[in-house]
Design a protein around this ligand. Structure first.
Ligand code: SAH
Length: 354
């Protein structure tokens, strides 16, 4: 079957070329680009002539993610979406409301190949990469559906963004384009488990996003066990790449550290972690402490919240800036990966739904 051009993955210049190729005036491309960034359906694009809209339906591929399920937190207004894509694959996005604005957490792959021991997204492996339009579509659709502006993005949903490098870079260019959603690159965080060569590549892109690195351990032995990627790229190599990222971009790198009871949450762990980060980075950093969200299949347990506060204090005392991440949407289970898994299980065993 012939593939129709995926117009939402196109930059305005490319879109102008496409629009010209179907016999329309190139200035229509900008209007179309802006509409797509608003998550509008073709029939909602009212300043485009009907004949052009009909041509688009015929010649272009434009399918926004479909809202399969939606949950709204009664506690803090967090909205969690389970979106289905053209081939029926599902991904999750979470809209979080902060005083300084709304942040959307997006997915970059259907599933994940990285195999981190505590994570729900990787349990069934990676099915496929998302296209730029599928990543952008989550943001556009969430904004359209909620009527809220998306002020910032975190790439902390399902998938490893640097394992889908080209599509993610294109997404970053699309979502930050002033004629599109216009989300400042400085308001975008890209989270990675540590694909070292790709961190060097990212530093060269000239895209000043915040790099957020999932560390979760200070010692290679523990990190090898929790995160298989560490068997390939060791902590020292990873920190070296982060330091280079900072030198190249001037952007402070932040680390995520998920606290897992009895694995990485002792006072000694905090002291060692601070030491490893200070020595490895020699640059300003920030540590986000996350309490493990328990995933039944993994058997790993979360420590008490008090432990996280003590861990943060210990890091601070040892010269490393740290905060405990607030848990939003606790009544809707807003952490990523679990809804998708549930949906997959339901499809395999429809009888068990009731
Ligand atoms: N692949 C990217 C994005 C993953 S999700 C990465 O590895 O950074 C964003 C963060 O949530 C990562 O730090 C990830 O390690 C963490 N995470 C995954 N599962 C978790 C869980 N069950 N509880 C707490 N944090 C988790």
């Amino acid at each position: 079957m012939e593939q129709r051009p995926d117009i939402m993955s196109m930059m305005p210049e490319e879109l102008a070329e496409f629009v010209r190729s179907i016999g329309e005036k190139p200035y229509r491309a900008e209007q179309l680009f802006t509409w797509m960034a608003k998550g509008a359906e073709i029939d909602e694009m009212t300043n485009l002539p009907k004949s052009f809209r009909d041509k688009l339906k015929e010649c272009a591929e434009y399918r926004l993610p479909k809202i399969e399920e939606k949950f709204v937190s009664k506690i803090d207004g967090t909205v969690k979406y389970l979106f289905s894509l053209v081939d029926g694959e599902c991904v999750e996005s979470v809209l979080m409301k902060y005083e300084h604005g709304n942040t959307l957490c997006v997915s970059s792959q259907a599933g994940c190949a990285m195999g981190c021991k505590f994570c729900a997204s990787t349990l069934n492996g990676r099915v496929r990469n998302l296209t730029p339009s599928e990543i952008l579509g989550q943001a556009a659709k969430a904004a359209h559906d909620s009527g809220e502006r998306v002020d910032g993005i975190v790439m902390m949903g399902i998938g490893e963004p640097l394992d889908n490098y080209d599509n993610v870079i294109r997404f970053l260019k699309l979502v930050s384009h002033e004629k599109g959603m216009g989300i400042g690159l400085r308001h975008i965080s890209l989270s990675t488990c540590g694909l070292v060569p790709k961190i060097y590549n990212l530093a060269e892109e000239g895209l000043p996003v915040t790099l957020s690195v999932s560390l979760h351990a200070w010692d290679d032995r523990i990190r090898d066990e929790l995160m298989p990627v560490n068997r390939k790229y060791k902590i020292a190599q990873l920190l070296e790449a982060c330091r280079k990222y900072f030198e190249k971009t001037g952007r402070r790198v932040s680390f995520e550290y998920t606290l897992i009871a009895g694995k990485n949450d002792s006072k000694e762990d905090a002291v060692q972690l601070a030491k490893v980060i200070r020595q490895g980075m020699r640059a300003p950093t920030h540590v986000n402490l996350i309490l493990l969200n328990e995933v039944k299949e993994t058997g790993l347990k979360t420590p008490a919240r008090q432990r996280a506060r003590e861990f943060a204090a210990e890091l601070d005392k040892n010269g490393v800036n740290a905060t405990v991440r607030r848990k939003l949407g606790s009544d809707i289970d807003a952490s990523c990966g679990q809804l998708r898994l549930k949906k997959l299980a339901e499809r395999e065993n429809p009888a068990e739904q009731n």
